[in-house]
Write a protein that binds this ligand. Structure first.
Ligand SMILES: Nc1ncnc2c1ncn2[C@@H]1O[C@H](COP(=O)(O)OP(=O)(O)OP(=O)(O)O)[C@@H](O)[C@H]1O
Ligand SMILES: [Mg+2]
Length: 204
């Protein structure tokens, strides 16, 4: 999966379930940001786990690590005159963006995420963010526009669907069906979550 991904939906809509399905299918190194300390805890200590961070100071430190890794990749790329990192992917999985963006360190975190979202792709540093909350303060437009893959699960109301998708095409069921946005399609596509995962994994 070569583009950043946002997974958004109300509580119980299947964000963490989907995130885990996706992680299992990806290869590379991972940084896990798990403010709830449950959904991603099983990955801590695994060989592909570069960092696991749960409290806010650890999270800021882990995101700084990711930025440092990205910058060192750019230095190597400049020397090699490459436009795209040819080494392995580094995925940064954030289970609940709202917990970070509404914390008292939100200014720092917003800045870090904006840096990763705008520059990460070429260095193969990819964000996978889950969020329950889809307000401006949690996903500012300037971050949203840099997350070109979106899996929109069930939302609270039509306005939330519109914020994420730019349109409203009816409510989704409890879980298993989503609207998928990818950079190569003009409009969101209604599909099963399994098909959405297949589509994202196949992205090259
Ligand atoms: N596509 C699916 N197929 C089968 N079961 C699913 C699917 N999606 C979610 N579930 C089940 O629904 C329940 C809620 O899913 P999950 O915990 O992923 O929701 P969530 O959006 O992460 O909620 P929260 O915001 O509270 O963290 C879980 O028991 C999960 O196993
Ligand atoms: Mg969850």
């Amino acid at each position: 999966m070569k583009n950043h991904l946002l997974i958004a939906g109300v509580t119980g809509s299947g964000k963490s379930y989907l995130e885990n399905q996706i992680i299992k299918r990806l290869s590379g190194q991972f940084i896990y940001i798990d403010p709830k300390m449950v959904e991603l805890a099983d990955y801590e200590g695994q060989p592909t786990c570069k960092r696991y961070a749960a409290d806010i100071d650890e999270i800021i430190d882990a995101l700084d690590d990711a930025i440092a890794e990205m910058d060192s990749r750019f230095t190597v790329m400049r020397a090699r005159k490459e436009k795209l990192w040819s080494g392995s992917y580094l995925y940064i999985v954030i289970d609940e963006l709202a917990d970070l963006m509404l914390s008292d360190r939100k200014k720092t975190i917003r800045q870090q995420l904006a840096t990763l979202a705008t520059k990460g792709r070429a260095a193969r540093v990819i964000l996978i963010c889950c969020t329950q909350v889809t307000t401006q303060d949690v996903i500012p437009q300037m971050i949203l526009v840099n997350l070109p893959n979106v899996i929109c699960l069930r939302q609270r109301n039509a306005q939330k669907y519109r914020y994420l998708l730019g349109e409203y095409n009816g409510k989704l069921p409890e879980y298993g069906v989503c609207f998928l946005v990818t950079p190569d399609r003009d409009r969101p596509q209604k599909t099963t979550t399994e098909t959405a995962i297949e589509t994202l994994i196949a992205q090259e």
